[in-house]
Design a protein around this ligand. Structure first.
Ligand code: AMP
Length: 249
């Protein structure tokens, strides 16, 4: 059984995003970029399923600029078997990414496709759902547990106020939520080994996919700076502030 895992290169989650002065986008010059954290969880899950003998090959894929190779090498160091880098413009829309992934699914015929539940740069939370629709496959989104058996996969999903377990026929699409697992720490020997693992490069044009944008980002802005809160000594002081300063009672 083959699994395809989609990994996106994004601004590292520890870095505060700076909006360009003209509001046209986020300034990515000289900032640390890393694998989208939910994609790390997706890779970890596929690798654990392989270690449990339920998956035979883990193929990792990234769509974007040449530097996505670094992201793919990290996924290979985590245990991926081989990688595909689809050379494409930065900031492709989720529908374009889903179409590229669909073309790869047609080519690779995986039984499972793992993605992150959302990319932390655009917070779209769309690609997995769109890919499942394009494939005509079932989707287990916001997965917190994956149980593979026979020609089915059981996915426990984090939903409002509880958990839902669904059974999906293969091939299926799974998007990883935070509690699915804790990704492993990548050790130096694994990083060295990953350098020798196969990495295939192709262009969007090779896959015959139209990735032209369907929407235009009008403006980006940083959140308003909020005033720091204060502590009051007594309930009377709190009531006074609510009444006379905030004027809410
Ligand atoms: P999004 O719908 O943009 O929030 O992204 C959801 C998931 O789709 C991500 O966590 C990745 O697994 C995958 N994905 C999105 N964009 C890319 C990309 N350019 N390359 C590879 N995977 C991607």
């Amino acid at each position: 059984m083959k699994a395809l895992v989609a990994v996106k290169r994004v601004l590292d989650y520890n870095i505060k995003a700076r909006v360009k002065t003209d509001g046209s986008g986020v300034d990515l010059n000289n900032v640390k970029m890393s694998m989208n954290p939910f994609d790390e969880i997706a890779v970890e899950e596929a690798v654990r399923q392989k270690e449990a003998g339920k998956i035979s090959e883990v193929v990792v894929v990234s769509i974007g600029v040449a530097k996505c190779e670094e992201t793919l090498r990290t996924a290979l160091a985590m245990g991926g078997d081989r990688a595909i880098l689809v050379d494409a413009p930065e900031n492709l829309e989720p529908l374009a990414v889903a179409k590229v992934l669909k073309a790869l699914v047609d080519k690779e015929q995986p039984q499972l496709v793992f993605l992150g539940k959302q990319a932390i740069d655009n917070d779209a939370n769309q690609t997995g759902q769109m890919l499942a629709a394009l494939m005509g496959a079932g989707q287990g989104t916001f997965a917190s547990r994956v149980n593979l058996g026979g020609d089915e996969v059981e996915v426990t999903r984090e939903i409002d106020g509880g958990l839902e377990t669904v059974a999906l026929k293969l091939p299926a699409v799974i998007t990883a939520d935070l509690r699915l697992n804790e990704p492993r720490f990548v050790k130096l020997p694994n990083i060295m080994q990953a350098k020798k693992k196969p990495l295939e490069k192709m262009a969007v044009a090779d896959l015959g996919v139209d990735v032209s944008p369907k929407l235009q980002a009008v403006k980006y802005a940083e959140p308003k700076v909020r005033q720091a809160g204060i502590k009051v000594e007594t309930v009377a002081a709190l009531v006074d502030k609510l009444k006379n300063e905030a004027k809410v009672i």
